[in-house]
Design a protein around this ligand. Structure first.
Ligand SMILES: Cc1cc2nc3c(=O)[nH]c(=O)nc-3n(C[C@H](O)[C@H](O)[C@H](O)COP(=O)(O)OP(=O)(O)OC[C@H]3O[C@@H](n4cnc5c(N)ncnc54)[C@H](O)[C@@H]3O)c2cc1C
Length: 303
């Protein structure tokens, strides 16, 4: 594919819930744009979500993606399977080089760009983590599905403020019993942290566990002893897929999340970002809202 010389209105990098929402809006604004998607949406991991408004019965992440894609394509959105390998500034806006099937390279140029590349979860060390997530024995997001763990015996694997924060969130909101544990390094909470754990009745396993395994609908942490849970939340953090934006100088925080303003604009004129790749709450509806703002702000800059 070569689009040299033909400058699109916008290029959307990423076809998860945020990118596909941008696509729907841009398509309904009759803009000329392309979505480039590498097909590794975090949403594809969701076994069943119950916090998406209007979807009372719950919905899987794959079904969300299928419906969003179908919706955007119904208005003419073009979604290209491929990887945006490079982003650069040009006199017209931005150029994106795209890798397809490993080798084939092409370039698109567009006046505006929306980055909706998401994050990748750092998985816990265990065999068949996909199966454990599909069975909801491993979960990543207490805000998403902590409700489904109400009254359960919950383990939280994580370090520092993230592990502690998720354990406290689960204990004060949902779980009957919460245990904080870690891989690799021992947990050495400060006096204040110990006090917070005690206030919430959270058990601490200070010595690192070696592995997690699933059996008979339960999940077991194996270390100095065996600890059995109904569900384990992995609070090991995420890796922000924000390198492309950094290539053109967009500001990120120390974790790598992109900083955006009220219209989802980054610090680089013409470059927008939506969804998990930005600072803030990693939720589908949040990403959709940012994408709607970005697409509308872009559209309003055309006379
Ligand atoms: C197990 C689990 C359960 C969850 N449950 C819920 C829930 O119930 N409710 C909720 O609101 N949220 C939930 N989430 C979070 C939700 O999945 C994310 O908030 C959402 O997927 C973020 O959407 P996004 O479009 O920003 O990123 P993603 O969905 O991750 O999509 C990003 C897309 O960009 C593509 N991409 C990245 N880099 C490039 C590149 N260089 N070139 C081309 N494409 C690229 C990726 O391949 C991917 O397809 C859950 C997450 C997990 C892991």
């Amino acid at each position: 594919m070569t689009e040299t010389g033909d400058v699109l209105d916008c290029v959307v990098i990423g076809g998860g819930p945020a990118g596909l929402t941008a696509a729907l809006y841009l398509a309904r604004f009759d803009r000329r744009f392309l979505v480039i998607d590498h097909g590794e949406s975090r949403a594809a991991w969701i076994p069943e979500s119950h916090n998406i408004p209007l979807l009372t019965q719950g919905i899987s992440g794959r079904e969300i993606l299928r419906r969003q894609r179908e919706h955007a394509e119904a208005y003419g959105a073009r979604i290209l399977q491929g990887k945006a390998a490079e982003l650069s500034k040009t006199s017209a806006g931005f150029a994106v080089s795209i890798e397809r099937s490993g080798a084939e390279i092409s370039t698109v140029e567009a006046r505006f760009a929306i980055l909706a590349t998401g994050v990748a979860d750092i998985p816990p060390r265990m065999p068949e983590v996909e199966t454990a997530v599909a069975q909801s024995l491993i979960r990543y997001c207490p805000i998403c599905d902590g409700y489904e763990a109400k009254g359960k015996n919950v383990g939280v694997v994580g370090f520092g403020s993230q592990g502690l924060g998720e354990a406290c969130f689960m204990a004060r909101t949902y779980a009957a019993k919460v245990t904080l544990l870690s891989f690799r390094e021992p947990l050495r909470p400060s006096r204040e942290e110990l006090q917070r754990l005690a206030e919430h009745g959270i058990r601490l396993i200070a010595e690192p566990i070696k592995s997690l395994s699933c059996e008979g609908g339960k999940i077991t942490a194996n270390g100095a002893a065996r600890y059995e849970f109904d569900v384990v939340y992995s609070a090991l953090g995420v890796r922000y897929r924000s390198d492309l934006a950094a290539e053109v100088g967009a500001a990120r925080d120390e974790a790598g999340a992109l900083k955006v303003g009220d219209h989802a604009e980054t610090t680089v004129p013409g470059l927008y970002a939506a969804g998990d790749v930005t600072q803030g709450l990693n939720q589908i509806v949040v990403g959709m809202g940012q994408a709607a703002r970005a697409a509308t702000h872009i559209h309003n800059q055309f006379k």
